[in-house]
Design a protein around this ligand. Structure first.
Ligand SMILES: O=P(O)(O)O[C@H]1O[C@H](CO)[C@@H](O)[C@H]1O
Ligand SMILES: [Mn+2]
Ligand SMILES: [Mn+2]
Length: 405
């Protein structure tokens, strides 16, 4: 039976990419810097001491980090019996955003430039926001700037609740984000507004519109909810997900995977909020997966709750939680299954600002008869998609080099 499980740790980079200079990210290292902070006792909130990821280490995480940066992350060393194939991959795509990373790992790098709203304030053209407001029957909006999604709620959340004006903001990514209160503005009103924005953004080549609903009564208790919704454009070519679906296989999305691929190549989708639910749902879907199936989970919290929030202790604790659940996964695997652990970009919580970092990502592949050992430096995340094509004996993708014969 052929089954592939992809566990995508959103933003878990392991060292600056070869082209990090173009992004101002030379020296960034999500994994290495978290491990360093832990070893120095600087990440002792809700957890203690050196970063402990024994199961990921067995899969070769420490070794992959060593091969990426030339140094074992603090608390990791060569004295581990590695059971998986481990590598690290550079990104071919032009951006360090979520869709680019995901599409590339599915065999379709984004070689064109996205559109960006690069002005830090007055970020959106007036003719664009005028059109969106008019179609939505709204008079005005708040924001119009680059912002961290939690900080902007502290600044503008109350005014939004009082006036009913939606909050529009962006970032260094190709995104148009809309924050509205779930109860006072209404979740359906927010989704409708985002659908209008998605249509009006067509000429601007923007990767995603993101609905950012929140609840609470004021800055002290505003909280974003699991009803986030991403409206992505379609990948520029069929991904490995499309290919498996077209060949009659099943592609099971858990979390925001379906949204990121604009629902293309997905046959079933399951929502889950938070690492625990995401992991539970992943195990549930693996248990029921039949032949010719991909189960693909995006563990978004690493990025949205910890990386962007520059919360190093939170990130470390989340990684340790994830690691602690891996034995449950190992216990239900079948001999031919292929499991891949990877990431879509970095988001070093010790780095300046609140944006992603251009990093290499881990490629930890386990099962399917793969010999334990190094896969070395991969030129593109697309090696994952190409390997999955080869595993399922599908036609090769246009990009990527398979590590499976
Ligand atoms: O600060 P928040 O709202 O989490 O936004 C972040 O999440 C977006 C999507 O990953 C990025 O563009 C970044 O702006
Ligand atoms: Mn991401
Ligand atoms: Mn992000």
């Amino acid at each position: 039976m052929k089954r592939t499980f992809i566990l995508m740790l959103d933003s878990f980079g392991l060292g600056a990419a070869t082209d990090a200079e173009k992004f101002g990210d030379v020296g960034s290292d999500t994994f290495g810097h978290i491990a360093q902070a832990c070893a120095q006792g600087k990440a002792d909130i809700g957890r203690q001491g050196p970063l402990k990821l024994p199961n990921l280490a067995k899969l070769g995480l420490g070794h992959a980090g060593f091969e990426s940066t030339g140094k074992f992350a603090d608390g990791f060393n060569a004295d581990v019996e590695v059971i998986g194939a481990y590598g690290h991959a550079d990104e071919l795509s032009s951006g360090k955003d979520t869709p680019s990373g995901h599409w590339e790992m599915a065999g379709v790098p984004v070689l064109y430039e996205w559109g960006y709203f690069s002005d830090l304030t007055h970020s959106f053209p007036k003719e664009l926001t005028d059109k969106i407001l008019k179609r939505a029957g709204l008079e005005d909006f708040l924001g119009n700037c680059h912002a961290s999604g939690t900080q902007i709620l502290e600044e503008l959340g109350e005014e939004h609740m009082k006036t009913g004006k939606p909050i529009f903001y962006t970032s260094a990514d190709s995104v148009f984000q809309v924050a509205c209160h779930e109860e006072t503005f209404g979740i359906e009103n927010l989704y409708n507004l985002c659908k209008i924005a998605r249509e009006e953004l067509e000429p601007y080549n923007i990767g995603r519109v993101i609905a950012r609903p929140f609840v609470g009564t004021g800055p002290a208790d505003f909280a974003r909810t699991g009803n986030r919704h991403d409206y992505a454009v379609l990948p520029p070519a069929p991904t490995i997900l499309d290919k498996l679906k077209a060949a009659g296989g099943e592609v099971v999305s858990i979390g925001k995977i379906a949204d990121i691929y604009a629902h293309s190549g997905i046959t079933q989708k399951f929502k889950a909020t938070g690492l625990e639910e995401l992991f539970d749902e992943t195990l549930t879907q693996i248990k029921r997966a039949g032949d010719n199936t991909i189960v693909f989970t995006n563990f978004v919290d690493f990025d949205s709750h910890y990386g962007h929030r520059r919360d190093t202790a939170g990130y470390a604790k989340a990684l340790e939680y994830f690691d602690s659940r891996l034995p449950e996964l190992f216990a239900i695997l079948q001999p031919d299954d292929l499991v891949v652990f990877t990431a879509d970009h970095g988001c070093d919580p010790t780095w300046v600002g609140t944006e992603h970092t251009r990093e290499r990502v881990p490629v930890l592949a386990y099962g399917a008869g793969l010999p334990a050992g190094s896969l070395g430096r991969r030129q593109s995340f697309a090696d994952i998609g190409q390997s999955i094509a080869s595993y399922f004996k599908l036609e090769p993708m246009n990009y990527g080099e398979s590590f499976i014969n």
